[in-house]
Design a protein. Sequence first.
Lengths: 396, 737
Amino acid sequence: MAQIIKPDLNFVKEVIKSGGQDLKKCYQCSTCTVVCNVTQDKKPFPRKEMLYAQWGLKDKLFSSPDIWLCHQCSDCTAYCPRGAKPGEVLGAIRRLAIKEHSWPGFLGGLVNSPLYLILLLAVPVIILLIGANGNPLNPDSIPRGEDGSIVYAKFMPVNTVIDPIFIAAAAFAVISFVIGIKKYWNTLKSGGYEPKSASLSSTFISTLKEILLHKQFSKCNVTKTRTYAHLLTFYAFVGLAITTTWAVIYLYGWELLGIQPFSVFHFGESPYPMTDPLKIFANISALALITGITLVVLFRLINSPKAGIGSYFDWLLITVIYIIAATGILSEVLRLLNVASLAYPVYFIHLTFVFFLFAYAPFSKMAHMVYRTVAMVFARHNGIVSKELITERQAS
Amino acid sequence: MEKKIGIYICDGCDINEAINTEKLEKSVRNLPVKRHNALCSPEGVELIKNDMKTDGINTIVIAACSPRVKYDVFDFPGSIVERVNIRELVAWTLDPKDELTQAAAEDYLKMGITKVQKSDLPEPWVQETVKTILVIGGGVTGLTAALEAAKAGYKVYLVEKESELGGYARKLYKQVTRTYPYKLSEPVVGDLIKEVESHPNIQVFKPARVAKTDGQPGMWDVTIEMNGKSEVLRIGAIVLAAGWKPYDATKLGHLGYGKYKDVVTNIEFEEMAKKGRLLRPSDGKEIKSVAFIQCAGSRDPNHLPYCSAYCCSSSLKQAKYVRELSEDGIAFIIYKDIRTPGQYEFFYKEIQNDPGIMLTKGEVTGVMEENGKLYVEADSTFFMGEKIKVEADLVVLAVGMVPATKEPQEYLDGLTKAAAQGDEAKKAYLESTPKPEFILNLNYRQGPEIPPFAEKNTYGFADSNFICFQYETRRTGIYAAGCIRQPMTIAEAQDDAAGAALKAIQAAEHVAKGIAVHPRAWDMTYPDPLLLRCTACKRCTEECPFGAIDEDEKGIPYYKPNRCRRCATCLGACPERIVSFKDYSVDMISSMIKSIDVPEDGLMLLAFVCENDAYPALDTAGINRLKLPPNIRIIPLRCLGSMNLVWVADALSRGIDGALLFGCKFGEDYQCHFIKGSELANYRLGKVQETLSRLQLESERVKMVQLAINDYPRLPEIINEFVEKINELGPNPYKGF
């Protein structure tokens, strides 16, 4: 039986608008599939994605985990004889997949368009200004530490301001992600796959292993360097997550568990001295983040002639992370140097962007972390694995 | 003219490194010989001119480089000039300072001297001619050809069979472009029509037809019928641009044509688009999606086996109509291959970039209606090779081109076949078969129309020397242009029209001066048979590829010299050896063969070489310093078709051990400049067998080789192999007799 193909012109236009502007140049020669190192052995990837996108076959694209096979190494883009930039197109499709499944939907639209950037930033600015103890632009209005030093906790009290705001933001993100994951899982299931692997947890663990090692990602040729930049940024985020947990223990461990500061460990409210292990760990993570994200930018620029420059969606996340890393480090430095006129505004910006990153994560490129993981788990759960994994498995 | 011969030997270009030119000079007896270290230098030319002035030298033999170079330097009007090629054929290909090399140079010089002794200065056949150009067909090709000729200052008659000019191009809504930015453009045909109709040099006949074409280039008498009246016009040369028809879609029932109202051809779709709105033929509703089926009947052995070249770019263009004329309309193109050569590739890219144009490769397996909706089903698609089905409001069949020459050709082919079965079969054929409209109605013994391009694979296109000289047909002074010659796009047809118009002008100009047209476009000689000895065997009239010879009631041939291309096929055909040109005759070549010094105890071979491709190949071998065996003598012929069998007999009876014949490729992709020459030579070679057995010689002593100009690297191998073969056979038993 012939399958009926019904194109969706609006979806084609959306892909073109979302960074796939060269999509229609593809003439299906399959060079991309030949050069791609993560392609599967059964179906030509990413040739079929290019075709489906050209014809606007949204359902075919979204109901397959394959779009997340791609790590945008851009081998395909570099070798495409027509300049169709499959790497960029796949990026655009993933962006649309996130937008399609994220909840609430209208936020996806706002985050994807530069028109609403100011509006999105205004939300944390207003919330933080309400919570702030004084005016960040007027240092004299902000209470100081006992020795007259800058103490950010006095500007933004942790218990009453920071925690409620950020826990709320994080909770919103988590709820939104859970709904998104559910929707996406259902879309994937509609693709007609038959689960082959019994346990979801074991596939989850193997997926996690894959993510931690960046194994698939490291198969890139044209933009090999990107793997290292991404890996560094990824582990910087892991470090900062540990830092946050650690800080929570410092803050509440003292009160709730009655632990007293001992040796080099300073329980209680920040700031902590530079010799505290938490501080040392936090600073290393911060430096890793600024290095990682700098490399991301650098390699993107170096690779752009071959791989394309990327979309607003990509650069929004990069810029947000860059600002967070830079203002985070700068806040600390300015605090130590006691430059109050700059320290408070910079810290304020830092908090604004951290909020931005957290609250809008389900709609920004940050969401790739979750959707890619879901797709990878789904793929493993349904026995859809890459050619090399099959070979590896057969070898063992 | 009383000949006064002067011989000049050049020492330059390594000639005297390889040949002892002093000895060569001394080998000539009783004739004045001079040597110079660079004959082509101003001093060298001055030396000759001085001798012409002071000693009255009027027959000049120059032993130097190939006649294919420096012809502008060694140009002495009013004199016979013979160029003996001792550079490429001797100094550059044979071992230097070798005895056999010296012998070759001496033989070539002797042959050259013999040749001028047997030549006369040509006198052109000049008649009162006209230079008016007739263009048949008023489509883009015809209009352009008419304008090109008119702008060059020639009077043009344009005959169009419809009541309006413009042909199929007039039906177009928009035109494909092959220039930046590769958008759709307004059809050029409107401007062309205006320009033609207002041009003072052009007279348009419409609706009109050519009822008869009689005579020869420069002196055609063409009868034109218009409004029931006929008029005879004197014409110089003709551009045949009768164009094409779309393939008959009623034969494409498997694609739904005729069965569903909403299945139309690409031509019909143009007419729909021209109305400015796309409405379904069945119910008049607005069309939102159109599926284009490419190669509808084309590249299909059951319909048109060839590619029509325009349908891909045309459908890409029409897909854009869908996008422009209906909001958010979608166009599907299902193709075998997208063929958009040259600049059209950019047009393809431009169109492809439209989000609403969806392309896939696929073999269309059917067009069907289900629940009131029209579907196209295709297999082997880009969709993982699977079968897909798309719904479309309208299906457009991209049908190919059928040349206007096809119907007359098929009719005439059938007639020939019927006639071969006897008079009754012929009569039955004439009664049962409707006679199609003829285009030229030529008064030619070979038939009233242009013969097909390829005899075996006849697609109905007008003949042309496809590989090398596209506008040339087998009817001198008639040039085929546009889609009658090969399927092409509008822009290509305009290029073609300009080329053919220039060829027509050249033909008119040349015949006015009594000079041959292509390919011997300098030649003032013409065949001058000694009819007293003619036996009326009709071989010349049968074999002439250009229909230049007719017979009177007694069967005696007479020439229409302006139709003649001077290939001398008649000279080769004539068993009585009575056809001669002023500088080319059976006796001349025979005498040249006789002047070769055949050694009694050594090998000697002869090669008859076509001047058009094989001789340049030999020159190229020389330029590349390829080594050739020394014991072979080269005799250039106007065409291998002019090879008279008596020359082979002469050579063998003189003790020459074998003969090679180098001619152009023949057959479907023939490269013969005279179309049939090499093929005829090959045919005659079959008869050499007879001659050889009469002489009690092995047939392998004569061999024909088809050689293209770029085959020169093969020459040493070909000739050496032949030498080996002859060595195996042993010496010619006639040696020394």
